[in-house]
Every structure is written in structure tokens, then in C-alpha cells.
Design a binder for this molecule. Structure first.
Ligand code: PHB
Length: 390
């Protein structure tokens, strides 16, 4: 009897210690849940994000906000139908302090919903869903990447104003990211006097492009704007060139079309113009150091996804340092991130009130294996955050 009472008391003390700020002060690990695609067309993107995040943690001696880190991983398969179950593995089963994820906009929207309900801290290291920092914006949700609108609006203005194109067709996967990026291109293009004649879609993650390329060839627009990424982008750019279209109809895109993919796209991608918040050849001290360290650690060149993973960790560190490692101080965490100025490999970015980066959008041109910066399409562009009431 005495023994079992003593046992129960110590078990209770242990449970309390786990959950309390005292435990944190005594060095409990910070539980970080990585929910990313580790299978399917976006696999390489998920891996680059994880690498970038871990590089920053390593640079801080393995600790963030004074706490060591324990990682929990879930493969979300870029499948929105499984997203709520998957995110709840991290929130309810693993009881993580912060979730970092994901790549796919449809999956990210389910994650944002769950984060909003549970109050768990969420840092989105890619998915551009306009809604996440629009109508769904929340004090505990941050994004280290871009909004879909932000990535593509500038390409529309450049295509009309600088490239002097009058008509364009768009082609993409039919889901939030594809629709929001092609609509942003259309908005920029038509504001400058162009006309988008048709918006073609196919289901995610299909790569049967042949009939659609035949349709584009027959319609002969002045330009095509496409969003695909990862494995799908490699296939699309190669098919576009194989059909001979790269000789007659210039192909534009958000930079995802050619980022992390040039090795596989080879000649098919040469000369393509894209817009993105990162580029090769920025040649800043921060970017040079980042690229060197990343290549040394992972034996591969970094891409935009690696940068976004690195900056997700920078956001976490900024917030956690301000609250001395206590994630329960949500308002103070948010206030610190909102007023921070990040020295990112992409350049300086600050957070908007809706928690999306305000950043330069570069114009890039494929040259060999690089997306060389050739200009700035939009200086310090902020997402309009339509519907956010933060
Ligand atoms: C998205 O679904 O938001 C998404 C996916 C891949 C990208 C960019 C955006 O490269």
C-alpha cells in the first residue's frame, strides 16, 4: 500500500514535470513535428526543407531557444484526404510543441485548421495557400516561404510589360496552389494589358501532358505560364521541349518550375524565365555562407525549399529566444517574430501582420544548372492577405 502510494505520487510528479515550464527549465526537449512529403512527386522538396531546418539547428549547436530538439516525423504523401489524421498524430499522439509543414497547399489548409483549433504553433515552410495567411490567419500560424499570389503576380507583369506578350494560356494541376498561381499571373498580365485566353488544368499529381500540349500548339498563344513542381515539373519542362514548343511559344512560370530540377531537366530548361523569392547568384555574404554549409553537409546544392526550411528554424528561434524557450507564451512569441528582420539567404525579409514574408521577387533566367538572377520583378512585395483579420 505504502509502496503503491509512493509510486503513484512519483508518477504524478513525473507527469507534471513533463508538462510544466519547470520541466522546460530543467531541460525537457522541444518536440518538433515535421509533417512533410517523404513520398510522391514532392519528395525532394520535403527532404530539402528538413535539411535546411536541421542545418540552422546545427549552426546553433543543436539547440533552439536554449532547448535541445526531439524530432517527430510524418510522411503526409501530399494527400489532403489524409491530412487531418496525419496532423493529429503530431498534435494528439506525440504532443509536439511546434509543427513544421508542409509543401502541398491542400494539406496545409487542413493543418492550419487543426493548429487553429488546438493552438499548436505551426510554421509553414512551403505551401503557398493564400488562405493560410488570408482568412485562416492566426496568432500561432507563421509562414517562412511565400503566398501563391506573391510567387506569380510579378511574372504576369513582366510577361506583358517587358516581354511584350499580348496573349497567354496557363496550365497547372487543379488544386489551390495551381489555381492561385495561375490566377495571380492572369491578374498581373491583364493589369498590364495582356489577355489570358484559356486556363488548362489536370488532376494532381498527373503528368499525362501530351493532349494538352497539342491543344496549346494548335491555339498558338504568345506565351504559356505553367506551375508544376518536383517530379511533375521535370516531366512538364521536358515534354514541352520534346514537343518543340520551346522554340515557338515562350514558357514562363513561378520559379518552382525550375528550382531543384535543373539537373534532371538539362537542355529542355535553358533560357526559361521565372519569378521567385530566391535565385542563384545573389552573392550576398549570408547566401554564400549558407550555400557552402549546405553543400558540405548534404553533398547537394541548396534550392528554394532548403532556404524555406532554414528560415522556418530562424522564425522558431526568434520567437523562442524571446520567450526563453516557453512555447506557451504565444502572444510574446508572435510579437517577437512580427518585429524581427531576418537575414535570410534570399535577402532581408520581414513578417507581415498576417505572418507571411515581405520579400523581393526575383526575375531569373535558366543558364546551365542555375536560375541566374537577372532582375527584380517586385521589390519588397507583401501579400494582400485578403480576408485576414489579425
Ligand atoms: C503548394 O502546393 O503550395 C506548392 C507545392 C509545391 C511548390 C510550391 C507550392 O513548389
Amino acid at each position: 500500500m505504502i509502496r503503491s502510494t509512493a509510486f503513484a505520487a512519483s508518477a504524478l510528479a513525473a507527469a507534471l514535470a513533463l508538462a510544466s515550464p519547470l520541466a522546460m527549465a530543467q531541460g525537457a526537449k522541444l518536440k518538433v513535428g515535421l509533417m512533410l512529403p517523404y513520398s510522391g512527386t514532392f519528395t525532394a522538396l520535403g527532404v530539402a526543407i528538413e535539411n535546411g531546418f536541421k542545418l540552422y539547428v546545427d549552426e546553433q549547436g543543436g539547440k533552439i531557444g536554449g532547448r535541445e530538439i526531439e524530432f517527430f516525423k510524418v510522411d503526409d504523401e501530399s494527400d489532403p484526404a489524409k491530412a487531418t489524421d496525419n496532423v493529429n498524430k503530431l498534435i494528439k499522439r506525440d504532443n509536439v510543441d511546434v509543427i513544421v509543414g508542409t509543401v502541398h497547399s491542400g494539406v496545409a489548409m487542413a493543418m492550419a485548421r487543426a493548429a487553429k483549433e488546438s493552438g499548436t504553433l505551426l510554421i509553414v515552410p512551403n505551401a503557398g495557400s493564400d488562405a493560410v495567411t488570408g482568412p485562416m490567419c492566426a496568432p500561432n500560424i507563421f509562414r517562412s516561404s511565400f503566398s501563391n499570389w506573391q510567387s506569380s503576380y510579378g511574372m504576369g507583369t513582366v510577361a506583358a510589360k517587358q516581354e511584350k506578350k499580348k496573349t497567354a494560356m496557363t496550365i497547372t494541376w487543379k488544386y489551390a496552389a495551381g489555381e492561385e498561381m495561375t490566377n495571380a499571373f492572369k491578374e498581373g498580365f491583364e493589369k498590364e494589358g495582356g489577355k489570358v485566353s484559356k486556363q488548362i488544368t489536370l488532376p494532381f499529381p498527373n503528368v499525362e501532358f501530351q493532349a494538352l500540349l497539342t491543344e496549346i500548339a494548335a491555339a498558338k498563344p504568345d506565351a504559356v505560364f505553367a506551375f508544376f513542381a518536383g517530379g511533375g515539373a521535370v516531366k512538364f519542362v521536358k515534354d514541352y521541349a520534346a514537343a518543340g514548343l520551346n522554340k515557338t511559344i515562350p514558357l514562363y512560370g513561378p520559379g518552382f518550375l525550375t528550382d531543384g530540377t535543373l539537373e534532371a531537366q538539362g537542355d529542355a530548361a535553358q533560357g526559361l524565365l521565372t519569378t521567385l523569392h530566391y535565385a542563384d547568384g545573389l552573392n550576398t555574404p549570408k547566401d554564400n555562407a549558407f550555400r557552402l554549409a549546405y553543400a558540405k553537409s548534404f553533398k547537394i546544392q541548396p534550392d528554394v525549399y532548403a532556404v524555406q526550411g532554414y528560415d522556418a528554424a530562424q522564425i522558431l528561434a526568434t520567437g523562442l529566444n524571446a520567450v526563453k524557450g516557453d512555447v506557451s507564451k504565444k502572444a510574446e512569441f508572435a510579437a517577437a517574430v512580427e518585429k524581427a528582420k531576418f537575414d535570410s539567404p534570399r535577402g532581408v525579409f520581414t513578417m507581415s501582420k498576417s505572418h507571411n514574408p515581405i520579400q523581393d521577387i526575383y526575375l531569373r533566367k535558366v543558364d546551365g544548372k542555375e536560375n541566374k538572377v537577372v532582375g527584380i520583378a517586385s521589390k519588397q512585395l507583401s501579400d494582400p492577405a485578403r480576408g485576414c483579420r489579425n
